[in-house]
Design a protein around this ligand. Structure first.
Ligand code: IVH
Length: 588
């Protein structure tokens, strides 16, 4: 308990330090993801000892006002938004608003749904339609005066146009940087060995808080407004947020057009999905949608909590990236002899899926990135399935003096020299069945569901039989005796008898399954079916020639020569002929 408390204190200090780097100096040393990771870690520790109160950094950034910029008090506090990340929480929010409207005899609520811009908050003051003030959020009450920089942001009008403009108007919105500008600028910083920004939001914040507007101008910032802070009463005051945005647009303020009025959870979810789909094609970063009660009257009645408006919520997109560390790097030997480096990771969950390892592909990739044990890496699930490393924390590498892991020269399984024979980016072990790893994987494939499947003969039993040198080639499975199986852990008498029975009745198969079982390069399920329907029986197949192989559907020169080199190898022929003696073939 004492130990955990100490850890919590230490972690809180670390978080405050990073908040200072981020908000005050604009020079974060860690990415947002790494920061979230610290917060997550802290919450876990607190949970461990029953502390319910989560770390609130909102009230810890009071110290974040830059000493170099002048400060200004906002006309109305600049609050933040509560965020959610599930439909259940959205349902809860909508239900609360509906209940409130019923209780207060108000009209059925409508919701204005918009983009959640991933930028930096800005407040603008217009007096008689003329821009006179601009400030960052600061601590929500007092912000930093950045008017000198706002003058160089093209999309912010210096004078409003149109009718019924209030005497005093406080506009809220988000300063963003376009994705392509972010890449371009970061590249130039890298070239000059200057600061490097981990995301476009940090770069936008850093650019907005420059002392020299010439620098800000070069950053090509943009702005979109999303709400109003203070205003003096004016004619034709809109009754809804949606119409408010329309009005701002008519005054020449930049309002992004993608927004929608929704009436229920279903419509909001469908808008959320639509935006999520469009996300990658947008010119700037967004991190979710914002849902706002549309009626201004209802907004006023709902009011604010200490931090958030009660009438609005941010429905964020799930983070598909996580930071974790490399615990080890193993070199696996695939069924076909490829040597594949695999990083064992400290397990992390992305979208509910636990990720424990990630492929480092090949030697070329290993050398390019110099992966080390202890590396802090950002993981994402590419295409939502396969995990991939998208970022490496180089600072951490330097700090801990980590050394890159070298690619082996010999096969980690059979110790034979590994080679690159096909001119591709892969090193391979060419020992085939002689290599235990390949043998194990070949046998697993041989008896897998689409090949010569034997009920009860799973991966684990095959591994144990190979490990104990009981089976070497597939034919050995058909000669197994009770004594071979009794010594394997966790397999009882009944299971042994069942397995031996299943083996004895499994000697009937189709030619295509038989062929597929050998896992010959490029001979997958479809090609196996094509070959067996062309050659009809195994004898014809074993005597096939290059020219007539080319007549088979989906077989080109490369596949044909792979196939021939396999069936003409002495050891393969031996295995095939020993098996066909005991197998009976039925039609495909
Ligand atoms: S409305 C009273 N609408 O997200 C608060 N905010 O994480 C009104 N943001 O502080 C905010 N897009 O800086 C609103 N469409 C949008 C937004 C948006 C981005 C920012 C805003 C806010 C932060 C909360």
């Amino acid at each position: 308990m004492k130990n955990v408390k100490k850890k919590i204190k230490k972690l809180e200090r670390k978080i405050c330090y990073h908040l200072y780097l981020y908000h005050t100096l604009n020079k974060p040393k860690i990415s947002d993801l790494e920061f979230d990771f610290l917060i997550e870690k802290l919450d876990i520790l607190k949970k461990k000892i029953g502390i319910k109160k989560k770390f609130s950094y909102l009230n810890k950034i009071g110290s974040s006002l830059s000493k170099k910029l002048k400060t200004v008090k906002h006309l109305t506090n600049m609050l933040s938004l509560e965020s959610i990340n599930s439909i259940e929480k959205l349902e809860y929010f909508i239900k609360k608003i509906i209940t409130f409207s019923k209780k207060n005899n108000l009209k059925k609520p409508e919701f204005c749904c918009e983009l959640k811009f991933d930028g930096v908050a800005l407040s603008l003051i217009y007096k008689h339609g003329k821009l006179i003030g601009a400030s960052t959020r600061g601590n929500g009450i007092i912000g930093e005066n950045v008017i000198h920089n706002v003058y160089v942001i093209k999309s912010i009008p210096k004078k409003l146009v149109g009718n019924n403009i209030p005497k005093l108007l406080e506009i809220r919105g988000e300063v963003i940087i376009h994705k392509d500008d972010f890449i371009r600028l970061n590249q130039s910083f890298r070239n000059k060995k200057g600061d490097f920004f981990s995301n476009s939001r940090n770069l936008a914040a850093g650019s907005l808080r420059q002392l020299d507007p010439i620098i800000t101008k070069k950053r090509n910032l943009s702005f979109y407004c999303h709400s109003i802070g203070f205003y003096t009463p004016f004619l034709k005051f809109p009754n809804s947020h949606f119409n408010f945005l329309k009005l701002l647009d008519s005054w020449g303020l930049p309002v992004y057009s993608l927004r929608q009025l929704c009436f229920n959870v279903k419509e909001i979810v469908s808008f959320y999905k639509e935006v999520k789909k469009k996300r990658s094609s947008l010119k700037f970063e967004i991190d979710g949608i914002v849902i706002k009660t549309n009626s201004i009257d209802m907004q006023n009645k709902l009011g604010f909590s200490s931090k958030f408006p009660k009438w609005s919520i941010a429905y964020k997109f799930p983070s598909k990236k996580k930071i974790t560390s490399i615990l080890n790097i193993n070199f696996n030997v695939s069924r076909t002899g490829l040597i594949i480096p695999v990083a064992k990771l400290k397990p992390v969950f992305i979208d509910g899926v636990e990720i424990k390892k990630v492929s480092l592909y090949n030697q070329k990739n290993m050398e390019k990135f110099g992966f080390c044990i202890g590396d802090l890496v950002t993981i994402c699930r590419s295409g939502d399935v396969i995990p991939k490393i998208v970022d490496i924390n180089v600072e951490n590498r330097k700090k801990n003096n980590l050394k890159p892991i070298k690619f082996p020269i010999y096969c980690p399984s059979c110790n034979s020299k590994i080679k690159n024979k096909f001119g591709d980016n892969f090193l391979r072990c060419f020992s085939g069945f002689e290599c235990v790893s390949q043998r194990e994987r070949m046998l697993i494939h041989f008896f897998s569901k689409d090949a010569l499947y034997i009920r009860g003969l799973g991966k684990n039993i095959i591994r144990k039989l190979v490990d104990k040198d009981i089976i070497f080639s597939p034919i050995d499975v058909f000669n197994l005796k009770i004594r071979d199986l009794v010594n394997l852990n966790r397999i009882g008498d009944v299971s042994i008898k069942k397995l031996l029975y299943e083996i004895s009745v499994s000697k009937e198969t189709t030619l295509s399954r038989f062929l597929y079982a050998f896992g010959i390069k490029d001979i997958g399920k479809t090609v196996s079916v094509n070959l067996s329907s062309h050659y009809k029986n195994i004898e014809n197949l074993m005597n096939s020639k290059f020219e007539d192989l080319l007549l088979v559907k989906k077989i080109g020169k490369k596949v044909a020569s792979n196939f021939l080199s396999f069936i003409n190898k002495e050891e393969n022929r031996k295995i095939i002929y020993s098996l066909i003696k005991i197998f009976k073939f039925k039609n495909n």
